[in-house]
Write a protein that binds this ligand. Structure first.
Ligand code: DAT
Ligand code: MG
Length: 142
């Protein structure tokens, strides 16, 4: 029997990156005990984002989401560690940064700006299948 270490795709979104919060996000990931397996700074293309956010196509926030995510550089990160998918989602907190609990990345560092899409600092894969799919989009060489 082989044990494979779990991996998750984390993005520090353009709001987090431009506010200089990449280090703070990585600090929390490392302080939790996960390791960083890959790291890149890139401005996402709309094509990459259409793939990444395919599940949201047609929703009212979809176009604003793609506009926002392609507006500037992001830090794309592959993190590693047993149950890191669930663990990073807990570190990130709820999607709505107003409702996200203090102590979480979104709860501590994010707020609602009254825009058509929530700007909430980070993305984290929501399942093992999503993680595999998303890592393939952002790090095709892995
Ligand atoms: P999450 O990023 O917590 O996995 P999601 O996958 O449902 O959330 O949505 C992707 C992003 O789209 C999310 O981080 C912020 C934005 N978003 C989601 N639901 C929204 C809504 N109802 N109104 C505005 N923006 C929303
Ligand atoms: Mg999601």
């Amino acid at each position: 029997m082989t044990t494979q270490t779990e991996r998750s795709l984390v993005l520090v979104k353009p709001d987090g990156f431009s506010r200089g919060l990449t280090g703070e996000v990585l600090r929390r990931v490392e302080a939790k005990g996960y390791t960083i397996a890959a790291l890149a700074v890139t401005t996402p293309t709309r094509k990459q984002l259409a793939e990444h956010y395919a599940e949201h196509e047609g929703k009212p926030f979809y176009e604003p989401l793609v506009d926002f995510m392609s507006s500037g550089p992001v830090a794309a990160v592959v993190i590693e560690g047993h149950r890191c998918i669930e663990g990073f989602r807990a570190l990130a907190g709820a999607t709505d940064p107003t409702a996200a609990l203090p102590g979480t990345i979104r709860g501590d560092l994010g707020r609602d700006w009254g825009l058509k899409v929530q700007q909430n600092i980070v993305h984290g894969s929501d399942s093992a299948d999503s993680a595999t799919r998303e890592i393939g989009i952002w790090f095709p060489e892995l």
